[in-house]
Write a protein that binds this ligand. Sequence first.
Ligand code: 7ML
Ligand code: ZN
Length: 884
Amino acid sequence: MLTEVPQPIYLKDYQPPGFLIDRVDLAFDLGEERAAVHARLTVRRNPDAPPSDGALCLNGEQLELQSIFLDGRPLNPDAYALDEESLQIRGLPDAFVLETRVHIRPQNNSALEGLYKSGGMFCTQCEAEGFRRITYFLDRPDVMSRFSTSVTADRSRYPVLLSNGNPVETEELGDGRHRVTWEDPHPKPCYLFALVAGDLRHIEDTYTTASGRAVALRIYVEPANIDKCDHAMRSLKKAMRWDEERFGREYDLDIYMIVAVNDFNMGAMENKGLNVFNSQYVLARPETATDRDYQNIEGVIAHEYFHNWTGNRITCRDWFQLSLKEGLTVFRDQEFSADMGSRGVKRIEDVRILRAHQFSEDAGPMAHPVRPASYIEINNFYTVTVYNKGAEVIRMQRNLLGAEGFRKGMDLYFRRHDGQAVTTDDFVGCMQDASGRDMGQFQRWYHQAGTPRLGVEGRYDEQARTYTLEVEQNCSETADRSGKEPFDIPLALGLLDTKTGKDLPLTLQGETPAGATRRVLELRQSKETFCFVDIPDRPVPSLLRGFSAPVKVSFDYSDEDLMFLMAHDSDDFNRWDAAQELAQRIILNMVAQYRDGRPMAVPQGVVEAFGTALADDSADKNLLAEVLHLPSESYLGDQMETVDVEGIHGAREAFMNCLAGALKQRLIQLYREHEEQGTYDIQPDSIGRRALKNACLSYLMQLEDPAIHDLCAQQFHRAHNMTDMIAALAALASTDCPQRAQALEAYAEQWKDDTLVMNKWFAVQAMSKLPDVLHQVKALMGHPAFSITNPNKVRSLIGTFCSGNVSGFHAADGSGYDFLAGRVLHIDPLNPQVAARLVRSLARWRRYDPARREMIKLQLQRILEAENLSRDVFEIVSKSLAAA
Ligand code: 7ML
Ligand code: ZN
C-alpha cells in the first residue's frame, strides 16, 4: 500500500538478472490459520549479467520469514537485510543452495494474488507478480527454473492436491494428513507456478497427439458442478487438434488439468499443466449458460491451451513484452473460434470490441503502445491495447506476409526461441527473416500508441477510365506522448460496380491485369496514391475489407453509397460495417436535432434499407442479428466532440423505436419463424436462430405494447435454455410492466443456489433503463447472493452499471459518480486489481459537459486523497487527472 508517491518502471532500464535459479524445490504445509512454505533454491551467478555489487535481491511481500539457510548452514543475520518488498543477501559464492521457510496467510488474502482461499479450496494466481507473495524469489519472467512441489494438507478437507507437471509421490502421513509431490520437467518462470488443494471432483478424458502420445485430460470442479464440464472438455480437445493442424504444435506433458474456481480476478490462467479458470469460463449446461457463454468457454479454454507454446515454452523477457504472448495468443484464439463457427461473424464481434474499448483507450488518459515504455503497476497493463490491438498487430503481419509467409515466420519463431524469454522485436525479427520483407517500419505498431486515421479520396476519370485513390494517414498525439511516424498499413479493398453490385477486377496502372477483385495495398508514406485502370464507371470503394488494420477510415460516402454497400458488398464484414456506419450517422444527426429542439427524424430510405436486410430469407441469421445490433451508447459518445448523454440515449432509443414501429410485422414474423424447436444445440445455425429471434424481441419490446410484454414474459417462463430466458428477462428488466417483477422474482427463486446464474440476474438489473436503477443497484448489494469480495459479483452488478449503463451511470445529478467512488474506496483495500478496473469508468471525464466534468473530477480527487491507496488505483486516477 501507498507510503510515498509510486514511481514508474521503465523499459529502457532493463538489465538481465544477476543470478539464475536452475531448480526450485517447494514444500507447502497448508493449515487453517496459515501456510508454511519451504523453498530450496539452486542458484548460480548469471554469466551474461552486467557488472554489479554482487548482492542477490529476492522479491518477497507479506512473508513472515522463519528461517534462512545457505548451503545447509543458518545464514548469519548480518549477511542479509529484509524490507517490505525484498530480501537482500551479500557475500555469496558463485553457486549455492538457499533455503528459506516463510509463513503466509492465504485465509486473509482478499487481493486474490499469490496463494489464497476461494470457498473451501486453496488456489494460486501468480501472474504477473504474485509469486513474491508465496516465497522469496527472483519474480521476473526471464528467470526460468525446474520446479518440484510437495503439498501437505488435511486429507478430509483437501483430498485433492495439485501442482504443475506430473505427480511423482503420494504419502499418507497417519495424522489425518497426506502429501502429494509434483515435478514439472519443463523450466518455467515463476508466474506459471500453480497449486490447488480442495475437495474437488473431476471428469477425465484422453487425447492422442499427432505423434501418438496419450495425454490425460482432467477438469476439476466443486462436486455440485460435475455435470457442467462436458463443453469445456470438448473445447479443449478441439483446441489441441487445431493447434496441431494449423501451427504444428503438440502438447508436451502427460497430463493437462483445468480447475474452476469462483473467486478469480481475471478470466483464466495458463499455469504449466494446471490451468486455473474463473468458473464462468468452464461451467455450462443449456439451462444455465447462454450461447455467448458457450462461445466464451470455447475461446478461453483455447486461449489458455495455446499459451502452452505462445507464453510458456517461449515466454516474455520482461512485462513490457506482455503482448508477445497475449497479442499472439489472442490472435490464435480468434482464428480458432473463426474456424469453429462463422468467420465473418467472429470478425464482427472482435472488431466491435476493439472499436468500443481499444479505440477509446487510445483516445484517453491511459493510452499506451502495444509494447509500453513504462508502467507504475503492471496489473494495469492487461489491457485491450496489449491484448486486442496486439492481436491486430499480429493479424496485420499475416495480411502483409500472406498465410504462407506468416506460417514460415511462426515456424522460425518456435524453432529459434523455444525455451527462451524474448521480446516483441525478436518475434518481428522472425517474420522478417522468414519472409525477407523489411519489417523495420512495421515495428512502429508496437512502439507508438494511437489510432491512425486514413483519409481516403476517390477520383473517377471518365475519359481515361481510371479510378484514383488518395490515402493520407494521420495519428493524433496520445496521452503517453509516444511520437507518431507513419505506420506500415495493409489496406485491403475492393471496388464495386454500381450497375451490377459486383466486384471489379483490380489492376493498378502499369500492371498486367490478373483479375483479382480484392487486394491488399501497402501504405508506408503519409500520403499514397493508387490508380486503378479499366474502370467502366464511377465505382463505390469497399475499404479496409475484413478490417485489415486497426485504423479509422474516412471517406465521403453518401447515404445511398452506404445502403448500396450494405446490400451488395461481397465482404461480410464491410456489409455489416456499412449498416453500422449508416445507423451511426443517422443517430448522431438525431442527437443534433434533439439538441436544437427539432423533431428527430429517420430518413425513409434508411428504414427501407434495414427492411430490405430483414426481408432476405437467405441471409445468415447471425449476420443479420449483428446488423440489428446498433452501435452502443458509449461508442456513439466516442464519436462526438463532447458526449451528449441524454441526446445519445434519446436518439438511439428513438431510432430503434422507429425501426420497430415501421418493421413490426416483419419482426413479429421473424420472431415466430425462429422460435425454439426441438432440443437445444450450439450449432451455428441454432445460435443464429436464437440471436435473430431475440434481436427481434428487443426491438419489439421498444413499442410499449402489452401484447408484446406478454409474448416476452411467455418466452421467459417457457424457456428451456438460458439464452432465451435471459434475453427475455433483460428486455423485461428495462420495461415498466407488471410482468417485470414477477419474472425477476421467479428467476431468483429458481436459481438462488447457482452463483453464476445469479450473476446474470444482477447484470440485467444493473443494465435497466428504468429511472430508479441506481437505487436498485444499491439495494441489490444487500442481496444474499451478492458479495463485495467476489470479483464476478462486483463486475456483474457494479461494473455493469458503471460501464454498461451509460445513462444510468452518467445521471445528471452525479449520483452514479459518487456511488462508484465510494465503492472503489471500499474495495481498494480488499482487492486493488478489481478496484482499479472499476475506477476506469471515471477516466475519460474530460469528454463530458462542464457540469459532469466537474463532478467526475471531484470524485477522482476524493479517491486520490484517500490514505493507503493502492498503486493500481493511484496510477489510473493520477493519470486521469494529469493528462490534458
Ligand atoms: C484474454 C487473461 C488475463 C487478463 C488470461 C490474465 C490470460 C492473464 C492470463 C483472452 C481470453 C481469456 C482471458 C484473457 C485474459 C485479461 C484477459 N495470462 O491467459 O491472458
Ligand atoms: Zn493470455
